[in-house]
Ligand binder design. Sequence first.
Ligand SMILES: [Zn+2]
Length: 174
Amino acid sequence: MWTDANRLCGIGLVYLSDTKAQSNSNNGAAPQWARIDNGCWGYGNGGTQHSVEAHELAHTLGSVMGGAPHATSAGHCYDESDTMCYADGGGKAMQQVCAPNLEYLLDCDNDDYYSTYPDPGSWLDTHWNVARLAVPARRRRRRRRRHGRHPDEGSGRSCRSTTRRCRVWRPRRR
Ligand SMILES: [Zn+2]
């Protein structure tokens, strides 16, 4: 929520649960909120400045967990630059790992809280990964129910061939 007050910059609720399971509390099990006061509205320049709104929202989606490889002890990361990393007093020296102009993106190196394709066996593969939020997963399930299995999924054939007929992914008629 945008708060027409100037008491703090931003704050967001995060549950300290790093389980990979969809039952993770950060996965919509309970209400979560973020607040951004008017002095910090609208930051984020697509360059070296991150959006406070994006930062607090990313907290409510479950970042950054204390066990993540580059986590501070205060819910952020120290491998700059990304939206969730800053010197928060959490006892870690900052490291400049990614370019400064990536400040507005999520997760430098995609190894601490967000990766759509974590390395097998990596921390994000075995713990909570914001990219595993149920909302997109539910949407995928709903889409599958409505449209059938995507030809690229599982045993389905892909439609790369131009010479033979293959199943295309389109809505079933009812
Ligand atoms: Zn924060």
